[in-house]
Design a protein around this ligand. Structure first.
Ligand code: SAH
Ligand code: SF4
Length: 338
């Protein structure tokens, strides 16, 4: 088991159960998450017998770097090998407010979106909480930067690995852990309705983004197989429920694909669907992938779409692409190396 798999409370329990004082957990987490050392033997204020206990029960060896690509815009993309030869991706993105890490939650994805490189292959397995934490520590170590925000938008559907995802949040958000504020963490879901409702009651201030990508079932079903299970209306109702319970604004993700979901009429339909909701639309230029036959929406269409939403009083931002020169789209690097 990875040492990063333990929550603070679990480590404390383990230490106490083995006959040692609670404060050792505090010291160990300080080494793990403040000093970021990667060997128990370096914990030089911890007695030998506890070091042995840790070595006997836990490991650091979670990830091995296979590829590290740096883009002209400062984006750094890693391909990591989990110890069982499964490959995952982690991306660091440079923003004016700091460095943000995009983490993977599953090896592959079962949601099967037709535009996504990760969805083409069946999910092999879920990542443990510690394997998600380790991505941040490894990426920081390999690039010498400090991550100040996290987006859970790498390979996989986090709400399909809900328990480990919640555990991951508790480790990175903990003041003695990576201490990344909940407001600096964003989770993106393809719209698993029951989980959106459950997440509303979690009681932490993590930001929620929902991948809508279309204002009607006709277009959304072409893009996302999951739409056969949870229709646009149900997803929108779940978002309304989440906003009602948490009083928080939700991000609507909308990837822009040429001649598919980028017309002015579609923008009007989207505006009507979202009218009066506390949401913010993130318009993302589609990154072409070899697995799918879609093209990125033209700049002209993207600008007209954005303008239409604004005219209808919908808050929206038109994103610049990041890291296109290094295949930073979700799952691309992995699929090229399988
Ligand atoms: N499974 C979750 C989170 C991972 S995908 C979800 O679908 O929300 C994170 C985001 O990347 C989603 O909004 C997804 O639609 C988007 N995405 C996937 N492939 C993409 C591509 N080729 N270009 C642009 N965005 C893409
Ligand atoms: Fe899975 Fe998200 Fe890709 Fe869809 S877009 S296949 S949900 S990772």
């Amino acid at each position: 088991m990875l040492i990063y798999d333990l929550t603070y409370e679990e480590l404390e329990e383990f230490i106490v159960e083995n006959g040692y004082k609670k404060f050792r957990a505090d010291q160990i987490w300080n080494w793990l998450y403040k000093q970021k050392i990667e060997a128990f033997s370096e914990m030089n204020n911890i007695p030998e017998d506890i070091i042995k206990l840790l070595n006997d029960n836990f490991t650091f060896a979670g990830l091995e770097t296979v590829i590290k690509n740096t883009s002209a815009d400062g984006t750094i993309k890693f391909l990591f090998d989990l110890k069982d030869a499964n490959l995952i991706e982690t991306v660091l993105m440079n923003h004016n407010y700091g460095m943000s890490a995009c983490v993977t939650t599953q090896v592959g994805c079962n949601i099967g979106c037709s535009f996504c490189a990760s969805g083409v292959l069946k999910k092999k397995r879920d990542l443990t909480a510690g394997e998600i934490v380790a991505q941040i520590i490894r990426a920081e170590k390999e690039s010498g930067v400090r991550v100040s925000s996290i987006v859970i938008m790498g390979i996989g559907e986090p709400f399909d690995n809900y328990k480990n995802f919640v555990k991951f949040i508790s480790i990175v958000n903990h003041p003695k852990g990576l201490a990344i504020g909940a407001r600096h963490i964003t989770v993106s879901t393809s719209g698993l309705v029951p989980k959106i409702k459950e997440f509303a009651h979690l009681g932490i201030q993590v930001n929620l983004a929902v991948s809508l990508h279309a204002p009607n079932n006709e277009i959304r079903s072409k893009l996302m197989k999951i739409n056969d299970r949870f229709k646009v209306e149900e997803v929108v109702d779940a978002i309304k429920y989440y906003i009602h319970v948490t009083n928080r604004r939700v991000t609507i993700e909308y990837i822009m694909i040429q001649d598919l979901n980028d017309s002015v009429e579609t923008a009007v339909e989207l505006a009507k669907l979202l009218k009066g909701m506390n949401v913010y639309v993130n318009l993302i230029p589609y990154n072409t992938v070899k697995e799918a036959d879609y093209q990125r929406s033209s700049l002209e269409n993207r600008l007209a779409f954005h303008k239409t939403l604004k005219e209808h009083k919908i808050t929206a931002i038109l994103r610049k692409e990041q890291g296109h020169d290094i295949n930073a789209a979700c799952g691309q690097l992995r699929s090229q190396n399988l």
